[in-house]
Design a protein around this ligand. Structure first.
Ligand code: ATP
Ligand code: MG
Length: 122
């Protein structure tokens, strides 16, 4: 399993969401975050500690997928998040060991299986 963690512009979310839904991936988590990339981070010193100022709002989009689905989800995010301007964001991919569905106690990659579009509640 992979965790795909993308930091993107807010405007990128709707097209990413729509495309992933169309492909049968309704499950994701988003968090409003603030961060700095290369240019935005201005380091200042406060009482001896380095402090990064001038952080900008981004959306963190997290999707956990089976290995076989990773490239498609990454490509989908890249496609919609890229404007070509500085600050388009970043995508981090990491390996995930375990997943459990709380309701049933099931575990394993199978419970991440992409829902068929007709199984998605309206
Ligand atoms: N190394 C990192 N660790 C943690 N968060 C990061 C890291 N790099 C980027 N981010 C997050 O991603 C957001 C978007 O970064 P940003 O798009 O500015 O990346 P960049 O590498 O500076 O690329 P660009 O040149 O397009 O600006 C940041 O605001 C921050 O929230
Ligand atoms: Mg940047």
């Amino acid at each position: 399993m992979k965790k795909i963690e993308a930091y993107v512009r807010h405007e990128a979310f709707d097209p990413i969401r729509e495309d992933l839904l169309d492909r049968g991936f309704p499950s994701l988590t988003i968090t409003e975050v603030k961060g700095s990339g290369r240019q935005e981070g201005v380091v200042e010193h406060y009482r001896g500690a380095a402090v990064v100022v001038n952080v900008r709002p981004k959306l963190k989009v997290e999707v956990f997928v089976a290995d076989k689905d990773k490239s498609m989800v990454v490509e989908t995010i890249l496609k919609h998040a890229r404007t070509g301007e500085v600050g388009d964001g970043k995508i981090f991919v990491s390996t995930v060991d375990e997943v459990y569905r709380v309701r049933t106690g099931e575990e394993g990659e199978e419970i991440l299986d992409a829902h068929a579009p007709w199984e998605i509640p309206a």
